[in-house]
Design a protein around this ligand. Sequence first.
Ligand SMILES: Cc1cc2nc3c(=O)[nH]c(=O)nc-3n(C[C@H](O)[C@H](O)[C@H](O)COP(=O)(O)OP(=O)(O)OC[C@H]3O[C@@H](n4cnc5c(N)ncnc54)[C@H](O)[C@@H]3O)c2cc1C
Length: 397
Amino acid sequence: MKKSADVVIVGGGVIGTSIAYYLSKQGIKPILLEKDDLASGSSGACDIDIILQSKNPGIHLQLAMESAKMYTTLADELDFDIEYKTCGGMILIENEEQLKIMKDFVKRQKAIGLNVQLLDLKEASEIQPGLSPLLVGSTYSPQDAHVNPMRLCQAFSRAARRLGAEVCLNTSVVDIKVGKNKVKSVITNRGEIATKIVINAAGAYAPMIGKMVGLSLPIKPRRGQIIVTEPVPKLVMADVLCAKYIVAKYNPKLLEGSDNPETRLGVGLSLSQTHDGQILIGATREFVGYNKNTTHEALRAILRNATRLVPALKSIHVIRSFAGLRPYTPDGLPLLGYVEGIQGFIMAAGHEGDGIALSPVTGRIISDLIVDGKTFMDVSCLCPSRFRSLMKNEKVI
Ligand SMILES: Cc1cc2nc3c(=O)[nH]c(=O)nc-3n(C[C@H](O)[C@H](O)[C@H](O)COP(=O)(O)OP(=O)(O)OC[C@H]3O[C@@H](n4cnc5c(N)ncnc54)[C@H](O)[C@@H]3O)c2cc1C
């Protein structure tokens, strides 16, 4: 491991590896430090969706649309099969109340330029057979896509290394030295690296890295449990969500204290089929600290919800389950950019359930910021200082 670097990136998930790639492409040779293996955090315990439709109209959707454009050429650019495929996506609608909410969501997304429409049940069933006859309809966008997040991390990392980045696995950051309000070095279990710039891309673990420089970051782990089926012939034609997924994602307060396990656990359907034919059935949205266990109650609730909406799933065998931790922030948006008061400390974390979709654009934004001092799109509303009141600087530096 080198003793100094222009930039040190903490975290080997989709965000850290993407930043490593885009920085290397612009001539900077960063060191990426990962305490375990690539994709050993949320990026290896998640779904595979690059969904535009689940993003709030505004900066969130704009970021996702820029990222989606970048994805179309990424596999060629990285020279690696990331199992990227445009498959379209739909959000299932169960009743008139949900229809009203989704009509408004679609209208606002269309205004930003997303190709999305409302379908009645007959039209939805033509795209996705096996749906419940009790549904009202769905939304549909042909722009939604899939990728394999673990292969994506590998692809970014390999391409970055070819361009001169150093990727250090099994290397834990244990402290960050700051002097006169400037980043000086990073201390790891394998020694010290002198640097002027540290990027916190540690996902749900970002608060621990923030604490090393005296920050109290507003990022919390939000558990998601997922069920995996045996491989079956093509059955899930698009990325399939349900309207309750959108409610659970953006309104955690509405879920609190409910007697209904589906509501309390934030269950919202997410359905997709991998390259190898396995179906991923999700998911919950729970605040249980850093606990990555799966629970019987949640798995039953996920299956009940999924088979109610898509009865065709009933005859397929489940083979395993897993849970990952989404890096949640109070406004559902990541913290991107320099932290005021600690020169050289950059945040790139807090992507909640959207980190896979937003990884290319995040890599480019952070790289632009370091190399050019400005970004190709205005992301000033994502700067960490929007949470100034929550980010007490406790360390004397
Ligand atoms: C159930 C579920 C389903 C999801 N589905 C989707 C989806 O379909 N589409 C989508 O876009 N997003 C999805 N997400 C969200 C997505 O997985 C995350 O937003 C994304 O993986 C975050 O990436 P990251 O690189 O920020 O974090 P991570 O992948 O968690 O990477 C952070 C890395 O930092 C490392 N680290 C931590 N501390 C240290 C330290 N001290 N020193 C060195 N390294 C350290 C960790 O080991 C980890 O590898 C889902 C998430 C979950 C949980």
